[in-house]
Design a protein around this ligand. Structure first.
Ligand code: SAM
Length: 227
C-alpha cells in the first residue's frame, strides 16, 4: 500500500505516458516528496525493469520536503532525502550534493533524467495568493530542472517501441494550481520544452484547481536568463 493517495496520480501519469515517464535506471528528483507515495510509486517503476534480466542500473530518487518522509519510504533502496525548503538555495545545493553522492561518486555530475514536483504550499483560500504561491514553486522547479536536467538525447535503440516509434518520455512534471498566472507560465515552459501538456489525473479531485504540467524534450542551449 502507498503511504499517500497522491501516489495514484503519479501512477496515472506514468500510464498516460505509456511507461515512458519513469524508466529503470533513471535519476529522479522528487520535489515535495513527503510522506512518500510518489517515491514509492517511482521506486516500483525503477525496479520494474531490473527483474527481467535486463539490468539497467537501479536508478536513484532524491526527495526533498519541509516535512519528513515516512520511515518505510526513507529506507527504500536507492532513495535519499533532503529535509528543507526547496526555495532556499542552500537546500537546492544539498539536493545537488545528494544526487552526486547517490550516483556513486558523482560520475557525470548531478545530471538528472526527471524532475517531479508535487509541491503545494499551505492554502490560504485566497485564489490569487494561492495561485502565486504555486507559481513560485513551479518557477523554482523549472529553474532547477534547467540547471540539472541532462540534455535531451535522440531516443536510443532500446527506447524504440516495437514499431520503431519514438518513446522519449517527459523530463519535468509539475503540480500547479490553475490561476490567471498559469497561461504566461505555460508560455515560458514552451520556450524551454518541445512538448508541454496540461494533465489532470482522474485521481485528482475534480473541484480542485490543481493539475500537472508534463514537459518533454528540453530544448538545447535554452538556459535560464536567456529569455
Ligand atoms: N507527492 C507526495 C506523496 O506522494 O506523498 C505528496 C506531496 S504533498 C501534496 C505536497 C508537499 O509539498 C507537502 O509535503 C509540503 O510539505 C511540500 N512543500 C510545500 N512547499 C514546499 C517547499 N517550499 N519546499 C519543500 N517542500 C514543500
Amino acid at each position: 500500500p502507498f503511504v499517500s493517495r497522491s501516489a495514484f496520480k503519479l501512477v496515472e501519469l506514468q500510464q498516460k505516458s505509456r511507461g515512458t515517464l519513469i524508466r529503470p535506471g533513471m535519476c529522479i528528483v522528487d520535489l515535495g516528496a513527503a510522506p512518500g507515495g510518489w517515491v514509492q510509486a517511482a521506486a516500483r517503476e525503477l525496479a520494474a525493469g531490473t527483474s527481467k534480466g535486463k539490468r539497467k542500473g537501479n536508478g536513484v530518487i532524491v526527495g526533498v520536503d519541509l516535512l519528513p518522509l515516512s520511515s518505510e519510504v526513507a529506507s527504500l533502496d536507492g532513495v535519499s532525502f533532503v529535509r528543507g525548503d526547496f526555495l532556499d538555495p542552500v537546500v537546492q545545493a544539498q539536493v545537488v550534493a545528494a544526487l552526486a553522492e547517490a550516483r556513486e561518486g558523482g560520475k557525470g555530475g548531478a545530471q538528472v533524467d526527471l524532475v517531479l514536483s508535487d509541491m503545494l504550499a499551505n492554502l490560504s483560500g485566497n485564489n490569487f495568493r494561492d495561485g502565486q504561491l504555486s507559481i513560485d514553486l513551479c518557477e523554482a522547479a523549472l529553474a532547477f530542472a534547467l540547471d540539472n536536467l541532462a540534455p535531451s538525447k535522440p531516443p536510443s535503440a532500446d527506447s524504440q517501441g516495437a514499431k520503431g516509434k519514438k518513446k522519449r518520455g517527459p523530463s519535468l512534471v509539475m503540480k500547479c494550481l490553475q490561476s490567471s498566472l498559469s497561461p504566461a507560465f505555460q508560455d515560458l515552459l514552451k520556450e524551454h520544452f518541445e512538448g508541454v501538456a496540461w494533465s489532470k489525473p482522474s485521481s485528482s479531485r475534480p473541484e480542485s484547481r490543481e493539475g500537472y504540467w508534463v514537459c518533454s524534450g528540453l530544448k538545447a542551449k535554452k538556459r535560464r536568463g536567456q529569455d
